[in-house]
Design a protein around this ligand. Structure first.
Ligand code: IMP
Length: 425
């Protein structure tokens, strides 16, 4: 494995949690490199289900070190709540979780700004998770952010908070007409989480450099997906970070030449939460059927996910910008009982056939999918553990995905549990 990136190859919710959990068995360190509490990685171990938002999925494997790296935005209150819940359920955190001193902090004013902006957008909402992600990254790039390394020094932290509050409250009260954020709303919780988080904050750039020098195996865990990438996604209906492979380097300090592979995780169909184009979106009745079959409700917000057919144009873009070396296809079993399964192979736009994902979101919105139909296999795949166990029609479907995206298959998931997986050598 050496140093492998795991990215979402669609619009997030591809089932990365399970894949990372599987791959973590062969890793020494698992490192989250971007996003924040907007992510919801669901992992099933035995009869227990875990939903991780900020803590890397490697925490569920004994002996693995877990890093929240510099590219992540951390809501300290949410992180402490997540740590509490993990500890309550018997997971050891001390000495196993490290937070970068360079990671930016999400504070109550970021969440209020997220909500206020969304409310203002009216009909053209992004449909954010309201976790303050966009405003935290905005402050990072506006160079007024507060970093985890500022937290241990109360005077420095509060000075920065006060300076920011002055500007933010002006916007809240005078422009957005929402209540201001009072200093006490930040200071009270701060005094509670400080002793909990202080021991975990460290120079993770150094920690990762040392791990690389010692030949440790590192898994770089992406959140969201390539089509939500602020550069390569359906802007502005995207998240505020770079979930794609480049984000793994800037988000950790691991240099590009250390990366040995990039696994793209894609569902056997497509889903998306929030607004923005979804070219293969199903008509309401068929969509509802797939949503029920796949239990497609957001792990963070509980929102129903929009559902559509597998879109090879989307995954080809992911293959290109991430340099995918393998595909992990998840939730194949959800399609088990369908009569016909469709794959979008290209788009039609203004009389032209497009093989590549268009850069302009207005163009994506106007595209019609070109489908190739596959006969359903109408048999359960959840007991399959080897490629040969799969029905021939399911294999043909997967081979088509491989050929249409140009990426070899590495894993096929046929259920939420660890063992419900087919490894393809
Ligand atoms: P934000 O990341 O909360 O700013 O939301 C921006 C867009 O990304 C919205 O469409 C969200 O629904 C979507 N999004 C954010 N995080 C996730 C995720 O973990 N899975 C799927 N969609 C997400």
């Amino acid at each position: 494995m050496a140093c492998t990136i795991v990215v979402g190859a669609q619009w997030g919710d591809e089932g990365k949690g399970k894949e990372i959990d599987l791959l973590a068995a062969d890793a020494d360190l698992v490192v989250r490199y971007q996003g924040g509490g907007n992510a919801g990685h669901t992992v099933k171990v035995g009869d227990q289900t875990w939903v991780l938002h900020l803590v890397p999925s490697g925490i569920l494997h004994e002996g693995r070190l877990n890093v929240i790296a510099n590219g992540v935005v951390v809501d300290p209150q949410a992180l402490v709540a997540e740590i509490d819940e993990l500890e309550r359920r018997g997971i050891k955190i001390a000495g196993r979780l490290f937070i970068s001193d360079l990671a930016h902090v999400t504070l109550p004013y970021h969440k209020r700004m997220d909500e206020a902006r969304e409310a203002r957008r009216g009909a053209v909402k992004i449909g954010t998770t309201h976790r303050g992600i966009g405003p935290t990254y905005s402050d990072k790039f506006a160079r007024i952010g507060i970093r985890m390394g500022d937290i241990p020094d109360e005077a420095v932290f509060l000075n920065k908070v006060r300076r920011n509050l002055e500007e933010k409250n002006h916007f809240f009260v005078d422009y957005y007409k929402v209540p201001e954020v009072r200093e006490e709303e930040i200071v009270g919780p701060y005094r509670e989480y400080l002793p909990r988080l202080k021991p975990l904050i460290t120079d993770t750039v150094r920690l990762l450099q040392d791990a690389l020098a010692q030949g440790k195996r590192i898994l770089l865990e992406g959140a969201q997906g390539t089509l939500l990438d602020v550069d390569f996604g359906t802007y502005p209906f995207v998240t505020a970070s770079n979930p794609s492979a480049g984000g793994a380097c800037t988000g950790t300090g691991v240099p590009p030449q250390a990366i040995t592979g990039c696994i793209g995780v894609a569902k056997a169909y497509t889903t998306r939460v929030g607004t923005g184009p979804l070219p293969t979106e199903l008509p309401p009745e068929e969509e509802e059927r797939l949503r029920i079959l796949g239990r497609e409700y957001g792990a963070t917000t509980g929102r129903p996910r929009r559902c559509g057919w597998f879109d090879a144009v989307v995954v080809r873009r992911a293959a290109a910008v991430n340099g995918l070396t393998r595909l992990a296809i998840t939730k194949l079993d959800v399609l088990d009982q369908l009569d016909v399964i469709r794959v979008c192979v290209a788009y039609r736009h203004g009389g032209a056939t497009l093989e590549d994902f268009p850069n302009r979101t207005e163009v994506v919105e106007a595209c019609e999918p070109v489908y190739r139909d596959f006969p359903g296999w109408k048999a359960s795949t959840s007991g399959a553990r080897r490629w040969e166990d799969l029905p021939p029609r399911a294999r043909a479907y997967l081979e088509a995905i491989r050929d249409l995206t140009g990426v070899p298959l590495g894993l096929v998931s046929v259920g939420p549990c660890r063992d419900e997986t087919i490894r393809i050598p």
